[in-house]
Design a protein around this ligand. Structure first.
Ligand code: CA
Length: 279
């Protein structure tokens, strides 16, 4: 858990710069006047470390794609073709209390709650499912969503969805029509691979696929305003599978508890954010 203090600033700068690693698309989109990112660290964002408040068991076979907290339970969606489910999970024991299979040809993705229903995405199938919150019975499947499904959360009265790119989409929670697109940027550069989502106090928090950082995004501007360095937890979870990346954010607003986990991780962590001192 302990990372030498003197290593931390450099470590998180490295992690943040990794988010901005040049890709053909980002290179094309970069402003000609923009300074090369390798010459400066990202600025104007708050950096947080985490303290572990509690550790709970997590199904090490769960390829976690969506995670949320509601009324005393965790709800989790899992991926992989033939193994995707929507689940209600007991926090203390990690026991799967109830589960429903996502159709076996589909790869489950993000999960959000709207009222008494859960909504789950699929990766490349264009299908969005609605499930009864209490029974987890499948109620309806929408079949022509034109984007990849990655992360999903509820933002005010809408849904917010990621598709693995730098774009978040605000969706109508009934029709899934796109009401607004948000390009997510850090220091003016797009941040790709946005994955699992959670909304906390109006900010959209996102896992970034294959990174150890969760970013906090202002949904009005798309600007990254916070970065949370989870690398000590990744080391602690010691995932052996390369695909076992940090993914899964759930917030218990009533008790102000923040939970994070990863795909195939044996542990779910409750964490407290600690802002890193300005330097
Ligand atoms: Ca979530």
């Amino acid at each position: 858990m302990i990372v030498p203090r003197f290593l931390r600033p450099g470590l998180v700068s490295f992690l943040l710069l990794a988010l901005l690693a040049p890709s053909p698309l980002s290179a094309q989109q970069a402003e000609p006047s923009a300074a090369p990112t390798h010459e400066r660290a990202p600025s104007n964002i708050a950096i947080y470390d985490v303290e572990v408040v509690a550790e709970y068991p997590h199904d090490p076979a769960a390829f976690t794609q969506g995670l949320l907290w509601h009324d005393g339970y965790l709800y989790e969606s899992t991926g992989q073709v033939g193994a995707s489910q929507v689940r209600r999970v007991d926090l203390e024991t990690g026991e799967v209390l109830r589960a429903s299979d996502i159709p076996a040809d589909q790869f489950g993705e993000g999960l959000a709650r709207v009222g008494e229903e859960l909504i789950s995405l699929t990766w490349q199938h264009g299908v969005i499912h609605r499930w009864a919150l209490d029974t987890l019975q499948l109620r309806e499947s929408h079949t022509d969503f034109p984007y990849e499904g990655w992360g999903l959360a509820t933002l005010h009265d809408n849904l917010v969805a990621s598709d693995g790119s730098q774009v978040l989409r605000i969706l109508d929670p009934e029709t899934y029509a796109v009401e607004r697109e948000i390009e997510v940027t850090l220091d003016g550069r797009p941040v790709f691979n946005l994955n699992e989502l959670e909304v906390i106090d109006g900010l959209v928090y996102a896992n970034v696929w294959f990174s150890d950082v969760i970013i906090g995004i202002d949904p009005d501007s798309g600007h990254v305003v916070q970065a949370i360095d989870l690398s000590p937890l990744v080391e602690r979870a010691a995932p052996s599978d390369r695909s076992a990346v940090l993914n899964g954010i759930a917030y218990d607003a009533q008790a102000d508890r923040l939970f994070v986990t990863g795909k195939l991780w044996p542990t779910l962590f409750e964490v407290r954010l600690v802002e890193r001192a300005a330097r």
